[in-house]
Design a protein around this ligand. Structure first.
Ligand code: LLH
Ligand code: MG
Length: 386
C-alpha cells in the first residue's frame, strides 16, 4: 500500500548565531547571541521524514492549518508535482497569506523525504549532471565597521583574501541604507574599481548593488562595470518594473541578471525572458516555490540558450546545481572579514557546502538534500511546536 503524509510539524528551537540583520534586512556580523530557528518536518506513514530549515513567519499555525495540512495530509508524498500545483493554486485565494517561500519550504521537505525514502541524494533523483560546482564568494553588504567592509580598500583587501582562499569568482554587495551615505553610484564604482585592481584580470567579478537606483543611475553604474570587465550586474533597480530592466539590458554589454525577488514563481521568470529584460535568468528554491519550480526555471532558460544562476546558499540550491548545467556557480555566502562562514552552528553536525582550495563545492552524497542536522540538539532546544 502507498504510504501517505501523516504528520507536518514546524519546531521552533533556539541556537546561536554570529550574524544579525539590520533595519533593512541586510545581514552583518554580530557578537554570538541566541536566536530562534525552525525546522519543518513532514513524515509519512512508513516513518520516512523530510526536513528543512524554514522561516517560521511563512509557516505560521494558520498557514499550516488553513492551506498546507489540508493539501498534504493523506496524500502520497512522492506526488510532488500534484501537491505543488494544488498549493500554488491556493495562493490566489490566500491574498498573500500563502507565500512562494512557504511553497518552497514544503516542496524542499517533500524532496528530502523522497531522498530519504529512496536512499539517494536529491540531485541524483532529479537527474545528476555534475558532482561538483565552482562557488562564487558572495560578500555581505558594505557597512561602517572598521576593518570590515566600510571602504573600497576594505573590499579590495577582502577580495585578495578570498582569492587566496581559492575562490575564482567574487560578488560584491555594496552599501545600502541604513548605512550613512548609501546608496552612492560613485562609491560603488570606487569599490568595484579597487577590487578589480586588487585581484587582476583572472578573477570573475559581479556586482549586486543597491536595489532602488533610478534608470540613469543604474546605466551609469553598469557602464562602469563593463569597463572593469565585470561578469554580471544584479538587481540595481526595483524588479517589479520589467520594462526598466529591458531598457537597461538593451543599452549595456555587461549581462544583466534577474529577477531574484519577484513574486510569481517560474511564470514571472518566463516573462523576463520573453521581455528581453535579462541576459542571465535568476532562480532559487526559496524565490520561486521550491526545487520543483526552480528546475522548471532552469530548463526554461536552457531552452532559450540562457544561463540561469541560482540565488542563495544551502542544500536545496546546491542540489539544483548538481542536476542542471546552465548555472555556472554556487552562491557561497554571505561572507565578511569578521565572520567565519565555515564554523558549524550548534544545530548542525557539519555544513553542506564545504569548499576546497580551488573554490569548488562537492555535491552531498547523503540521502535527501544532504543537510546534517544535530537532531538531538534541536530536540533539546525546541521551545515551540506548531
Ligand atoms: O541585501 C542583501 O543582504 C543581499 O542582497 C542578499 O539579499 C542576498 O541574498 C542576495 O541578494 N544575494 O544575491
Ligand atoms: Mg542578489
Amino acid at each position: 500500500m502507498t504510504s501517505t503524509i501523516e504528520h507536518i510539524e514546524v519546531a521552533v528551537f533556539t541556537t546561536v548565531a554570529k550574524t544579525a540583520v539590520d533595519a533593512h534586512g541586510h545581514r552583518h556580523p554580530s557578537p554570538a547571541h541566541e536566536v530562534c530557528e525552525a525546522l519543518l518536518t513532514i513524515t509519512d506513514t512508513d516513518g520516512a521524514s523530510g526536513r528543512v530549515l524554514v522561516q517560521p513567519d511563512h509557516l505560521r499555525p494558520t498557514v499550516l492549518d488553513k492551506y498546507i495540512r489540508p493539501a498534504l495530509l493523506g496524500q502520497d508524498p512522492l506526488d510532488r508535482e500534484r501537491l505543488w500545483t494544488s498549493l500554488a493554486r491556493k495562493q490566489r485565494g490566500a491574498h498573500g497569506g500563502l507565500t512562494d517561500r512557504a511553497l518552497g519550504f514544503v516542496d524542499l521537505a517533500l524532496w528530502d523525504l523522497a531522498g530519504h525514502r529512496l536512499g539517494l541524494p536529491v540531485w541524483k533523483l532529479l537527474g545528476g549532471a555534475r558532482d561538483a560546482v565552482p562557488a562564487y564568494a558572495s560578500t555581505m553588504c558594505g557597512d561602517e565597521t572598521p576593518g570590515g567592509l566600510a571602504t573600497p580598500a576594505d573590499f579590495a583587501a577582502f577580495a585578495v583574501h578570498l582569492v587566496e582562499r581559492g575562490y575564482r569568482a567574487i560578488k560584491l554587495h555594496t552599501w545600502m541604507p541604513p548605512v550613512a551615505g548609501a546608496p552612492s553610484v560613485a562609491l560603488d564604482i570606487a569599490a568595484c574599481t579597487a577590487v578589480r585592481e586588487a585581484v587582476g584580470p583572472g578573477v570573475e567579478l559581479m556586482l549586486d548593488a543597491n536595489h532602488w537606483y533610478s534608470r540613469t543611475e543604474a546605466l551609469k553604474l553598469g557602464r562602469a562595470l563593463q569597463e572593469l570587465d565585470y561578469y554580471w550586474f544584479e538587481e540595481p533597480m526595483e524588479e517589479a518594473s520589467i520594462s526598466s530592466y529591458r531598457w537597461l539590458a538593451e543599452q549595456l554589454d555587461i549581462p544583466v541578471i534577474g529577477p531574484e525577488t519577484s513574486w510569481g514563481k517560474n511564470f514571472t521568470r518566463a516573462e523576463w525572458v520573453t521581455a528581453g529584460a535579462c541576459d542571465i535568468l535568476r532562480t532559487g528554491t526559496t524565490d520561486v516555490g521550491g526545487i520543483t519550480a526552480a528546475v522548471r526555471t532552469l530548463h526554461l532558460a536552457e531552452a532559450f540558450n540562457i544561463d540561469c544562476e541560482v540565488h542563495g546558499n544551502g542544500s536545496g540550491n546546491l542540489s539544483l546545481l548538481g542536476a542542471t548545467t546552465n548555472g555556472r556557480w554556487y552562491e557561497r555566502g554571505l561572507l565578511h572579514p569578521h565572520f567565519d562562514f565555515d564554523e558549524v552552528p550548534p544545530h548542525l553536525n557539519s555544513i553542506v557546502d564545504a569548499i576546497d582550495d580551488e573554490g569548488i563545492v562537492r555535491l552531498p552524497q547523503r540521502p535527501g538534500l544532504g543537510d546534517d542536522f544535530d537532531l538531538d540538539y534541536i530536540k533539546a532546544s525546541t521551545i515551540n511546536r506548531n
